[in-house]
Design a protein around this ligand. Structure first.
Ligand code: ACO
Length: 345
């Protein structure tokens, strides 16, 4: 099902030299307070801690309160990232948010954050790429910074999938958690710093495997769509599993080709945290050492577009990324979409 054209090597002219490097100057993350354990899920649906642990690697996840929206979680992650970067929100030129569970269909959550953070000069928009949302958002923002259009950019991955979860469907409700992460990009004139390469791909043929049927123009909200639970996430987990491994491995190889880096140059791989078996299979397929793969799925479950940026923030806080280290983020998600970003810190 993978789109073969998306996997062809691209010519060097596809990446013209750009005047600036986009450096990651700060990161932050935030999850809701409430923790939902596997034992809690045993009381909601017909499942077990053993099944969830063995099949996914998840032990617990954070779930937002009924009155909590995406921007409520994201704003705290943004404030942490701005503080670390030493950037005033008033100086931001751009805010890009990867999400499919924004505060509302419109205006964008990026505009909500622009107002809440106090960033009146920033252009603001959301990017919809499922769990690849942060990778897509980071790649877009990088283009603005590297081209000289924006000097500073705030990039956010936030998802409250619990709000579109069918809590009677055991095949999906055990998988997802809520959370947010943010990164501040700054333009830098030193070459070879910050984001070294990005790779994005998509295959709309796989859209049927992961989607929310209602709430858009195809099936506008009605009493019937609510009754039939069409405002919740539908997923064919097996189909996605197979493509996920190949997609992330492909993205990794593309990034090495683009940068000219070898395996030993990559300090840490940070894959999308959707399933521990997917992560392990990807590392195995690439023959990449497992000890250099970052995993925190047990604590958060699948926070969709937030997984890679929460993991990046945690890895930095834990001292696993030092100045000069190269990190590769990888993700796949609804669309289907997939991709990756190589960053030198
Ligand atoms: N508890 C107990 N049993 C369960 C549960 C559960 N929560 N869920 C399913 N089962 C049962 C099934 O009914 C089935 O039973 P059967 O054999 O009697 O029919 C059995 O377990 C096996 O089901 P499978 O679906 O084959 O299980 P699998 O090993 O494939 O694991 C999973 C399912 C975890 C969903 C896996 O396929 C997966 O992780 N896929 C990828 C999903 C993913 O990454 N989604 C996110 C995409 S990113 C985004 O944009 C959100």
């Amino acid at each position: 099902m993978l789109n073969p054209a998306a996997h062809q090597p691209r010519s060097a002219s596809a990446w013209p030299a750009q005047p600036f490097s986009a450096v990651v100057a700060g990161t932050g993350s935030q999850v809701p307070e409430r923790v939902l354990t596997n034992a809690d899920l045993e009381k909601i649906v017909d499942t077990s801690d053993q099944w969830i642990t063995e099949r996914t690697g998840m032990k617990e996840r954070h779930i937002s309160a009924p009155d909590e929206a995406a921007s409520d979680i994201a704003v705290k992650a943004c404030e942490k990232a701005l503080t670390e970067a030493g950037v005033e929100s008033a100086d931001l030129d751009l805010i890009v948010v990867g999400t499919v569970t924004g505060d509302m269909p419109f205006p964008s959550t990026a505009c909500v954050l622009q107002q809440r953070l106090g960033a009146p000069r920033a252009a603001a928009f959301d990017v919809s790429a499922g769990c690849t949302g942060f990778i897509y958002a980071l790649s877009v923002a990088r283009q603005f910074v590297a081209s000289g259009t924006s000097r500073t950019a705030l990039v956010v991955g936030v998802e409250l999938l619990s709000k579109i979860t069918d809590w009677t469907d055991r095949s999906t409700c055990v998988l997802f958690g809520d959370g947010a992460g943010a990164a501040v990009l700054k333009a830098d004139t030193r070459p070879g710093k910050g984001i070294l390469a990005t790779y994005l791909a998509a295959d709309g043929n796989g859209g049927k495997h992961l989607y929310m049927p209602a709430g858009g123009s195809r099936h506008p909200a009605s009493a019937e769509t609510v009754r039939e639970r069409l405002h919740t996430c539908k997923m064919n987990g097996n189909a996605i599993f197979k493509d996920a491994v190949r997609s992330m491995a492909d993205a990794f190889r593309h990034l090495l080709r683009q940068t000219g880096l070898g395996f030993d140059d990559v300090k840490l791989m940070i894959p999308h945290q959707a399933n521990l078996r997917i992560i392990e299979a990807t590392a195995k397929l690439l023959n990449f050492p497992p000890e250099r793969v970052f995993v925190n799925i047990a604590k958060y479950g699948n926070t969709s577009s937030a997984t890679t940026i929460i993991a990046l923030d945690e890895a930095r806080a834990a001292g696993r990324i030092l100045p000069g280290d190269v990190v590769i983020l990888l993700a796949f998600g609804a669309g289907l979409t997939w991709g990756g970003v190589a960053i030198r810190f």
